[in-house]
Design a protein around this ligand. Structure first.
Ligand code: NAG
Ligand code: NAG
Ligand code: NAG
Ligand code: NAG
Ligand code: NAG
Ligand code: NAG
Ligand code: NAG
Ligand code: NAG
Ligand code: NAG
Ligand code: NAG
Ligand code: NAG
Length: 725
């Protein structure tokens, strides 16, 4: 209805958009100069380093800046790495605790090879200093020590990390290169099992508590845990260029000593995950001490910013020009305002209602200002790029004043209109599941669409499965792989069945599965298919448009219907399952599909030969077979023969036996038997719409209209009778 009348305001709106664009462009010219002026006003944070200053820990909230794990706590304005309750000695023994800054830092980056130098790395420098008070109650024998640490995750101390393991590692893990930590220990117990030289030393620990380098503190008249309590300052300077670390120590109030207590050459990039966390660990054993950090300063060089000073040349000019541009922007603004006023009243009303709906939802993500995100991502700097997907580019962002890392997704294609997009956002917004990447907020300004997600420190699944030549990620072990598959399965079930509105993911693949700090799977990009109306894009076009490697994830019937369904999502899930187990892409460089080769091995009775050889047999054979059969069942060419997510979950939780899979891959037939899926979905949509009044807005969206169109044409297929082979 009303096609002809809808046309006119639309065209007018386009003109407005063009003017708006011009205004935005002007502002772009002005803003960099202004924001540059802003950051000059903050002396402690030069543009290529970031500093944290904790004069005390009175005002710290666990989980905001700092994370306190296991036995660590706050008390009397200090960090207590292990408990500080003096009145109960039993409470003090065999403890271990960790404290970390919650934000991670990029510690190294690869530099391209040049004519004069081979490919090499740039390693971030850092400086830190902290005051400690290692107290032995009643002059008892102290134990065990504390350490300043750079670690790969916020997992906290592993079990059994008390005593000699200093909260860093344990007897099983000690020394493994997969630990990926570097620490400077202050050790007060001589434990020969970890080759301690004495009971009062500092040591450089790499992946284990057997120190690579140690230094005698007694020689310097320093006693870490003296009978008469003493506060010490420890300074650690790491020079990433020279690859050298130095540690100095002295009584609080004294100047930094001229010569270091310990120095060593150290290339952090050899041992650490590219993004790592800074913090402290501590432990007590059968003897105990209070491992107390009183104050902490940390300055870390930021690698992804080297435009420092480059702007200053034209800054003066920009500031002078700014006034003129602001004037121009104002004029444009007035024109835009006039344009906006002419938009239909109904239009404005519906936007207000949607925005209102969004804001009224409890605990919902928030709307960001474009400039906030632009600044957080350093103007969408190439160096902040985390990855590129089918819909756009993902940047790392750090919100000013919040120290919070985010993943900002900037979409290359806009949606058809703000209103439709906002309606879809009301759906995406409310999706909450422990295996979905949490949405932090959105921004839809000036025709640019941005979604802001929580930053996932471990990157995406495909990076872990395939990595690059310079990859230092440890191999994903079997248990992690199984848990990842189980997590993705439960997220998919949530989207398909548990959420009060059907959400088809449509783009399930390993690069869309993120890994959180604990290597739990987090499905990303959910709900975007409808929001961006990509149903209307042909899959072949996607592939041609430079989204390689999607082919193996797309169900065969999609090439005929062009429509994503729950069963096509299950197909994509199957591809991911096989990928995770086999460690191979769904479609190899030679064009061969992984499904075909696994199916062949299954037919030959050697299905376990498909398991990733890099695991070197270190997996549970029964579970591996379970996953492989599940992957094949989900890859069934006939959509109606693929398991539903409910069955998938039962199989993954091992409460039902693995599915039976025919020995040979069945042929794909089209039209495929009765296609009940879509009809179901739309009926369900309507039923749910009736229940969920708050969602009624989205039911009127154009997407709904278009998907009903599909249903009719598909029902016609099924009415034509059974498939003709
Ligand atoms: C430095 O920046 C961080 C966040 O980027 C902020 O929390 C901190 O307060 C800043 N330090 C100073 C001294 O301004
Ligand atoms: C801090 O938060 C973490 C994670 O929520 C929790 O495991 C830990 O017990 C908390 N520590 C303290 C001292 O509250
Ligand atoms: C320290 O000594 C006092 C008195 O000598 C005693 O009451 C207290 O329990 C002792 N504390 C510990 C932790 O041993
Ligand atoms: C403390 O750890 C030691 C060594 O592991 C063990 O022998 C002792 O029983 C533990 N004590 C307590 C109270 O857990
Ligand atoms: C680059 O590496 C090669 C082989 O490792 C070595 O022979 C060559 O001297 C290196 N060149 C430079 C400029 O470091
Ligand atoms: C660390 O301190 C040294 C001087 O002691 C200074 O030259 C260097 O720039 C500092 N590095 C950082 C990352 O702040
Ligand atoms: C941290 O830095 C401030 C000055 O920026 C200094 O006054 C303070 O002593 C430092 N604290 C430590 C523990 O080094
Ligand atoms: C060490 O930690 C790992 C991982 O958490 C655990 O599997 C192992 O049992 C622990 N070893 C000891 C001796 O506690
Ligand atoms: C450490 O230095 C002190 C004093 O110089 C000395 O007595 C002690 O033997 C040294 N310890 C080691 C392990 O060398
Ligand atoms: C500890 O301090 C007291 C009082 O200041 C002093 O008498 C005693 O000698 C000191 N003990 C040590 C081991 O330095
Ligand atoms: C150590 O520092 C704390 C906090 O600044 C202070 O309360 C305490 O008196 C100091 N202790 C000594 C022995 O200097």
């Amino acid at each position: 209805m009303g096609d002809a009348t809808a046309c006119l305001p639309l065209r007018r709106r386009r003109r407005c958009h063009r003017i708006l664009l011009a205004a935005v462009f002007c502002l772009y010219l002005v803003l960099p100069a202004l924001s540059q002026a802003d950051s000059d006003a903050v002396p402690a944070n030069t543009s290529n380093s970031v500093s944290f200053v904790f004069p005390s820990f009175y005002n710290v909230v666990n989980g905001s800046n700092l994370l306190l794990l296991q036995d660590a706590g706050f008390s009397q304005g200090a960090l207590q790495l292990t408990p500080d309750t003096v009145n109960n000695a039993n409470y003090l023994i065999n403890k271990s605790g960790n404290v970390f800054l919650t934000r991670s830092f990029k510690l190294w980056e690869d530099l391209p090879a040049t004519a004069t130098a081979n490919a090499s790395r740039r390693v971030a420098s850092f400086n830190t200093s902290f005051n400690i008070n290692v107290y032995r109650p009643n002059g008892s024998i102290p134990g065990d020590g504390l350490a300043f640490v750079i670690a790969r995750s916020l997992d906290g101390p592993p079990p059994g990390s008390d005593g000699a393991y200093l909260g860093l590692t344990n007897a099983t893990l000690n020394g493994l290169s997969t630990n990926q930590f570097v620490a400077l220990e202050l050790d007060t117990v001589m434990d020969s099992s970890v080759e301690d030289p004495d009971d009062n030393h500092v040591g450089l620990d790499i992946n284990g508590v057997v120190s690579k380098v140690t230094a005698n503190l007694t020689r310097l008249n320093i006693e870490i845990a003296p009978v008469n309590a003493t506060n010490y300052t420890v300074w650690i300077n790491y020079d990433g260029g020279a690859r050298a670390i130095r540690l100095y120590m002295g009584v609080v109030g004294n100047p930094k000593p001229a010569s270091p207590a310990l120095q060593a050459s150290l290339d952090l990039s050899e041992f650490l995950n590219q993004r790592s966390f800074f913090g402290f660990t501590g432990s007590t054993g059968e003897t105990y001490q209070l491992n107390c950090v009183l104050a902490w300063n940390l300055t870390v060089e930021i690698l992804t910013d080297d435009d420092n000073g480059a702007l200053s040349g034209w800054k003066l000019g920009a500031v002078i020009g700014a006034a003129a541009l602001v004037g121009l922007a104002l004029v444009v603004g007035v024109v835009v305002w006039v344009c906006m006023r002419r938009r239909s009243v109904r239009d404005v009303d519906s936007r207000a209602v949607v925005a209102g709906t969004l804001r009224s939802l409890p605990g919902t993500p928030r709307e960001f200002e474009f400039k906030e995100l632009r600044r957080a991502t350093k103007n969408f700097d190439e160096k902040m790029k985390l990855g590129q997907g089918g819909f756009g580019v993902v940047y790392r962002g750090v919100l000013q004043g919040e120290n919070r890392e985010l993943a900002v997704k900037k979409f290359s294609r806009g949606s058809s209109g703000t209103d439709d997009f906002l309606k879809e956002l009301t759906i995406i917004n409310r999706l909450r599941h422990k295996h979905l990447v949490p949405l932090v907020g959105w921004c839809h300004e000036k025709g640019i669409l941005l979604l802001v997600y929580e930053y996932m420190p471990n990157g995406s699944l495909d990076q872990h499965l395939y990595g690059g030549d310079n990859d230092h990620r440890p191999l994903l072990g079997w248990e992690r792989r199984y848990n990842i598959v189980a997590g993705v399965g439960s997220a998919l079930h949530y989207l398909h069945e548990e959420y009060d509105q059907l959400v088809i993911h449509r783009d399930l693949k390993s690069s869309n599965i993120m890994l959180d700090a604990g290597f739990g799977a987090r499905l990303g990009d959910f709900g975007l298919a409808r929001a961006l109306e990509i149903d209307k894009t042909s899959y072949a076009e996607l592939e041609l448009a430079g989204v390689p490697g999607t082919l193996g994830y797309i169900a065969p019937e999609c090439f005929h219907t062009g429509k994503a369904t729950r069963t096509s999502d299950v197909f994509g899930f199957g591809a991911v399952v096989l990928e995770v187990v086999c460690g191979r892409r769904p479609r190899g460089d030679n064009g061969q599909f992984l499904t075909d080769s696994v199916w062949k091995l299954h037919g030959d009775g050697h299905i376990l030969d498909a398991v990733d050889p890099r695991l070197a047999g270190d997996f549970d054979a029964k579970d591996a077979e379970r996953l492989l059969l599940l992957g094949l069942a989900c890859s069934h060419p006939i959509p109606s023969d693929r398991p539903k997510t409910e069955t998938i979950l039962q199989i993954l939780s091992r409460s039902v036996p693995p599915p039976t899979v025919p020995a040979a891959k069945p042929a794909f037939v089209w039209p495929a038997g009765p296609v009940d899926d879509e009809e179901d979905d739309d009926l369900r949509l309507m039923r749910r719409a009736a229940i969920s009044m708050s969602m009624s807005m989205s039911m009127t969206s154009s997407n709904f209209a278009s998907s009903s169109g599909y249903t009719t044409s598909q029902s016609q297929y099924s009415r034509d009778g059974p498939p003709q082979v």
